[in-house]
Design a protein around this ligand. Structure first.
Ligand code: ARG
Ligand code: ZN
Length: 420
């Protein structure tokens, strides 16, 4: 009886006291004034926290909704700091450990041919096994190409998908996934896309038309070292894992390392920053491998897609300047149609437009570089969601996110095939 009473007292005390959670959390902080923006920039630059959105503190302005990951041991501190400056916040995720556990469960428990395999996230090692199996099981449609290797010498494999029709003048399309390590839905999409292509060739008219008129190159994990690191060590990692000037700060942002207004406003020359541009354009082996491949295939590649998360956006160049590209209106039309189809089929809203005006200036991006190379249909898609789960999108939501993106890719590709 006595023990029960003490227990009840303790439980109530825990509710009353100002105790903070023992879990790592993600906070959402609506920033309304310039002063608040300065404070939010300051708090999100503290090294224990990880900024989820926007990509870097310098993008925080009046009107930005900031999403900030805060480890348990820092929560009290950060919350006090926010309150002291009259910044309101809500808890977006109050137990990220549990979500991470859900995302890594049963990574290789079911066969690679089963539908449920594609509704899970998979480790780098498992994805390599999967690549092998796809090539073995579909020798008539899949070829595996090695286009280079990462800083840590992980291979960069591209799947070349082709239909069975021989056409004289075959064009090509490129999709890369996993430039940013923590955006797990992105590699999941590349797997989804390949599986769909192989299963629905000669069944779905769009994918059949795509595979008969183009070779489709798919790079499932452009940043294998970073991806592996998010599985083993730090789920919130964004950059690659290269070591250069500053041995204390590892990694370059691969989507700032391409030769498109490289390292100007919107990228950082400081190795410790999340949007570090690297030592020089294509200094990173992962970016160089992609750039070399596209340069040597630039006469055939007509479409470029880079898959990211999160935010639900269909973007096109430029991200590296506020200038409009010559075929701006045509690109608007393509993504607007795709967004409308997503809305109609999945009741979900996607923003669309040129990157610089839709999100922020981000020089050195792969899509801008590909565009300047002459690939005039170049896109970056930000998949689900808008921040409810952010980078920790539960496995049960993979299929919807991938189907939306698939619909958008097909819509854009079919329109381009028909007009060119
Ligand atoms: N969120 C992504 C990033 O920070 C994409 C931003 C737009 N940049 C681009 N090159 N499309 O890298
Ligand atoms: Zn990204």
């Amino acid at each position: 009886m006595k023990a029960l009473l003490i227990c009840a007292l303790l439980v109530n005390f825990a509710k009353l006291c100002n105790c903070t959670s023992t879990h790592d959390q993600v906070l959402s902080i609506p920033v309304t004034t310039k002063e608040q923006a300065a404070i939010a920039r300051n708090i999100s630059s503290q090294n224990e926290t990880v900024l989820w959105s926007p990509a870097a503190p310098e993008h925080i302005r009046a009107g930005t909704e900031v999403h900030l990951f805060v480890p348990a041991n820092n929560l009290r501190n950060v919350m006090d700091n926010l309150q002291r400056h009259n910044l309101k916040y809500t808890v977006l995720l109050d137990n990220t450990e549990e979500l991470i556990e859900m995302q890594t469960r049963n990574d290789s428990s079911d066969p690679r041919s089963s539908a449920s395999y594609y509704e899970r996230y998979h480790s780098l090692e498992e994805i390599y096994f999967w690549i092998n199996e796809m090539a073995q099981d579909h020798p008539d449609m899949v070829k595996v190409l090695l286009i280079g290797s990462s800083f840590e010498k992980n291979p960069l494999y591209v799947l070349k998908l082709s239909g069975r029709q021989e056409r004289a003048e075959k064009r090509a399309m490129w999709i890369d996934c996993g430039i940013h390590a923590r955006e797990w839905i992105s590699p999941a999409f590349c797997l989804w896309f390949v599986q769909y292509s192989l299963n629905f060739y000669n069944q779905n008219s769009d994918i059949t038309e795509m595979l008969d008129s183009m070779d489709i190159y798919v790079l499932p994990v452009m940043n294998p070292d970073g991806y592996q690191y998010t599985w083993t060590t730090n789920r919130m990692w964004r950059k690659n894992r290269s070591v250069s000037q500053d041995i204390n700060c590892i990694g370059t942002d691969l989507n700032r390392n391409f030769d498109a207004n490289w390292c100007t406003v919107g990228a950082s020359p400081r190795p410790c920053d999340e949007i570090y541009c690297g030592l020089f354009p294509e200094s990173e082996p992962e970016a160089a491998a992609v750039a070399n491949f596209l340069r040597s295939h630039k006469d055939v590649v007509k479409l470029y897609f880079s898959i990211h998360s999160y935010g639900q956006m269909l973007l096109f160049p430029y991200a590296c300047s506020n200038e409009q590209v010559p075929n701006h209106a045509e690109l608007v039309e393509l993504v607007q149609e795709a967004a409308m189809k997503i809305k109609r089929h999945y009741k979900n809203n996607y923003k669309y437009g040129a990157s610089a005006e839709t999100i922020y200036l981000a020089p050195g991006g792969s899509d801008d570089w590909a565009y300047n190379l002459g690939i005039l249909y170049s896109f970056t898609f930000e998949l689900e969601d808008r921040g409810r789960y952010g980078f920790l999108l539960p496995p049960s939501l993979i299929s919807k996110a991938c189907n939306e993106a698939l619909l958008a890719v097909k819509s854009v590709a079919i329109s381009v095939i028909q007009k060119t």
